[in-house]
Design a protein around this ligand. Sequence first.
Ligand code: BEZ
Length: 255
Amino acid sequence: MNFKWDAETYTNQFSFVPRYGTDLIDLIDTKSSKSVLDLGCGNGVLTKQLSERGFKAFGLDASPELLQIARRNYPELVFLLGDAVNFKLPEKVDAVFSNAVFHWIPEEKQPDLLRCVYDCLNGQGQFVFEFGGFGNNALIHRALKEEFYRRGYSYTMPFYFPTLGTYASLLEKIGFEVTYAVLFDRMTELAGEEGLADWIRMFIQAPWENIPESEKNDIIRETVGKLRSALLIHGKWYADYVRLRMKAKKKSRLN
Ligand code: BEZ
């Protein structure tokens, strides 16, 4: 993932990201799971919640900046530096959990990610995850793209937001059996008067590469202006999130 995290701002201003992951933990079957890997654990907020629910939880993330915060805030937990598309664990785990991570991984690397998960799970292991699904932030990306094009720049979508069917079939190809899947809208409130502009600055990086800072500010201002009618609701900014939430296990049934 080629992304520079502003880890402190992310932790302080975008705390809704792990907050929404709390009910995802409910999907992990407690009877068959003791050890849980929080894949892409970021600042460790959900790793901590997993441990408070009684799991032997530990985290893995590719960002040293986010791991520094995780280790500072939860020194009693183990956090490993590693790449979600190329990692091996010393021991297999009962469950792999992941919230708001997989959309950062390019489509061509998704099979590597799923193979790493498959290899680190016990035979009966569970895989529970959520990330941005098809149509995620579509209003925001469309408005940005229009403003880029109007000014003669191209806009490449920097995330992978698959349909439910596409992802289910990828899981099956790797050897998983999908036991639960849902794609749903989640309008998500953003903090502060500059909520949407701050969100764009925080999460959209790659498309700005050849654009001077002053023009970037103009593009964000124009884009935010165009989105007021759709995403400023009763004085609060929202992002048009769509979540893909799934549960899978290693295929065990014979056909
Ligand atoms: C998401 O959680 O869906 C997301 C967050 C930031 C950028 C793109 C997607």
